[in-house]
Design a protein around this ligand. Structure first.
Ligand code: 6PG
Length: 469
C-alpha cells in the first residue's frame, strides 16, 4: 500500500491542521477532515478556492472513517497528551488492518512508543512524525522527523516527500528509527529552538537594557547579522518582530508585550531526557529556566526595588561585533549539545540515528533552520573525531575564532547585572569541555573521603582509596 493509494483523513483542523490539509490537497490528495469545532472546517473549505473540491467535511470520527475507503491513513494534529489518546481510542474500534494512524503533533516520544505498541497490537500501523515549521511550514513545506517501522514509513514516503520543505531539491523528511525516534528528534529540535531563542533574547536584552537602544535601532542589527554567519529563520523573525509597530498605540510592538514566556513542554522534556541519560543540556536548561522565571512577574516586580543596587544602571561596554560572535558561538554549542543528546539516545534506545541526515532535514522548513546546518551535515558525513561536532576542523575554528566575543559579552553582562543564562551556560560548557584536566579530581577525592567510593589514579589501573582517615 502506498499512501498515494490510501484515502486520507485528518483530525484536528486548527491552524496547523488547516495548513497541512491544504498542502496535502495541493499535492493531489483528497482528504477528509474532522474537528471538534466544525466551524473551522467550514472556514477552511470556504477559503480553499480550487482546493476545496479535495476537502471533505465529516460530522464525527465515525463519519470520518465511514467516508474513507480502506486502506485509510488518518493524521492526528491535536494537542499532545490526552487528545491524542482519546483520538486513538475513538479510532481503534472503527479502523481495520491495513489502516494507519499518523501522529503529527509534538508528542512525548515515550507516549509515542506506548501508542505504537498499542496500535500495532490492534493490527494497525502507526507513525510518530515530528512536524516543524509552524503554520507557514505546514502549508508550504515543513521539516518532518518520522518514527515507525521501515515498511510503514516506506508506504508513506512519497507523499511525505511531496509535502515536505525542500533544501536545494532534497525533501526535508526522513525515517529516523522505530516508534518514538521521530518525536524524540523533534523534541531535541525544540530544545535547540529554546536555546537559540533565549540567546537571541539575551542579545536583545544587552542592546535594550545595557546600551539603551530602541527596538527600531536593534532591528537593523539583526537584519545585518542575518546576511552573515548567523543567517537563519530565527534571526530573520527577530528582525521582523523588532521592526513591527503596534497598530493600536504606534509604539514598537515589542514594547507592548508582557515579558512572560509560555512553554508547552518540549524544551523541558529535552532537559529531562538529557539528564536522565547523564548528559548535560545546560544551555537548553538555562533557556527553560529563563522562561520559568519570566513567568514569576509579580516576584520580579517586587524584587526590583529591593534587590537592585542603588544608583545609576551600569553602562555596558560591549561591542556589537562581540555580541554577534557570542551568538555564533552559542548557536554552535547549542547544536552540539543537542546532537550530543541525540547520540546518547541513539545508544540507549539502539536507534542508529543518522546525525548527518537529521542536520540535512533541518536545513529547510523547520524553526531552527540556519546556514550552519549544511556544515553540520558535512561535518557528520566526514570522519568526526569522537563523533563530536566541536572537534571538527570547521566548527573548532568557528569556536576558537568567536569565543573571545562570547567571553567578553558574558563578563560585561555579569558586571552590568544583565542576566544572560544561556550564553553563560554555553561559555561554561565550552570552558569545561576544552580542558583536558578539570577539577573533578577533587570531587572524586571528596566522594572517597566521605563514602569510600574510590577513585582512579593517574599513574595506575584499578580502584584506589586515599589516605584520609
Ligand atoms: C516547530 C515549533 C512548534 C511549536 C513549539 C513551540 O518546530 O514548528 O517548535 O512545534 O512552535 O511547540 O513550543 P513552546 O510553546 O513550548 O514554545
Amino acid at each position: 500500500m502506498k499512501m498515494a493509494q490510501a484515502s486520507m483523513g485528518l483530525i484536528g483542523v486548527g491552524t496547523m491542521g488547516s495548513a497541512l490539509a491544504l498542502n496535502i490537497a495541493e499535492n493531489g490528495h483528497d482528504i477528509t477532515l474532522w474537528n471538534l469545532d466544525p466551524s473551522t472546517v467550514d472556514a477552511l473549505i470556504n477559503d480553499a478556492g480550487e482546493l476545496a473540491s479535495k476537502l471533505t467535511k465529516s460530522d464525527s470520527i465515525e463519519d470520518l472513517v465511514a467516508k474513507m475507503a480502506p486502506p485509510r491513513a488518518i493524521i492526528l494534529l491535536v494537542p499532545a497528551g490526552k487528545p491524542v489518546d482519546m483520538s486513538i481510542d475513538a479510532l481503534l474500534p472503527l479502523l481495520s488492518p491495513g489502516d494507519t494512524i499518523i501522529d503529527g503533533g509534538n508528542s512525548d516520544f515515550r507516549e509515542t512508543q506506548a501508542r505504537t505498541a498499542k496500535v500495532e497490537a490492534a493490527g494497525l500501523a502507526y507513525l510518530g512524525v515530528g512536524v516543524s515549521g509552524g503554520a507557514e511550514g505546514a502549508r508550504h513545506g515543513p521539516s518532518m522527523m518520522a518514527g515507525g517501522t521501515a515498511k510503514t514509513y516506506a508506504d508513506f514516503e512519497p507523499v511525505l516527500q511531496a509535502i515536505a520543505a525542500k533544501f536545494e531539491g532534497d525533501p526535508c523528511v526522513a525515517h529516523l528509527g522505530p516508534d518514538g525516534a521521530g518525536h524524540f528528534v523533534k523534541t531535541v529540535h525544540n530544545g535547540i529552538e529554546y536555546a537559540d531563542m533565549q540567546m537571541i533574547a539575551e542579545a536583545y536584552g544587552i542592546f535594550r537594557d545595557g546600551k539603551g537602544l530602541a527596538a527600531s535601532e536593534i532591528a537593523p542589527i539583526f537584519r545585518r547579522w542575518n546576511e552573515g554567519a548567523l543567517d537563519s529563520y530565527m534571526i530573520g523573525v527577530t528582525a521582523d518582530v523588532l521592526s513591527a509597530t503596534d497598530p493600536k498605540t504606534g509604539s514598537a510592538m515589542i514594547d507592548m508585550i508582557v515579558d512572560k514566556a509560555g512553554q508547552k513542554g518540549t524544551g523541558r522534556w529535552t532537559v529531562i531526557e538529557a539528564i536522565r541519560m547523564g548528559q548535560s543540556a545546560s544551555i537548553i536548561e538555562a533557556a527553560v529556566g529563563a522562561r520559568v522565571l519570566s513567568s514569576e512577574k509579580e516576584t520580579r516586580v517586587a524584587a526590583e526595588p529591593l534587590l537592585s543596587p542603588a544608583g545609576e544602571d551600569p553602562v555596558v561596554v560591549i561591542d556589537e561585533q562581540d555580541i554577534e560572535s557570542a551568538l555564533i558561538t552559542g548557536r554552535v554549542l547549542a547544536y552540539a549539545q543537542g546532537f550530543r543528546i541525540l547520540l546518547a539516545a541513539s545508544d540507549e534506545f539502539e536507534w542508529s540515528l543518522d546525525y548527518a541526515r537529521i542536520a540535512e532535514i533541518w536545513r529547510a522548513g523547520c524553526i531552527i533552520r540556519s546556514s550552519m546546518l549544511d556544515d553540520i551535515a558535512s561535518a557528520f558525513r566526514s570522519d568526526l573525531p569522537h563523533g563530536r561536532l566541536i572537534l571538527s576542523d570547521h566548527f573548532s575554528k568557528i569556536l576558537t575564532d568567536n569565543v573571545g566575543g562570547l567571553r567578553r559579552v558574558v563578563a560585561g553582562a555579569a558586571l552590568a547585572g544583565i542576566p544572560v543564562p544561556s550564553l553563560s551556560a554555553a561559555l561554561a560548557w565550552f570552558d569545561t569541555i576544552r580542558k583536558a584536566r578539570g577539577f573533578t579530581d577533587l570531587t572524586q577525592a571528596q566522594r572517597d573521603y566521605f563514602g569510600a567510593h574510590s577513585f582512579k589514579r593517574t599513574d595506575e589501573e584499578g580502584n584506589h582509596h586515599g589516605p584520609w582517615h
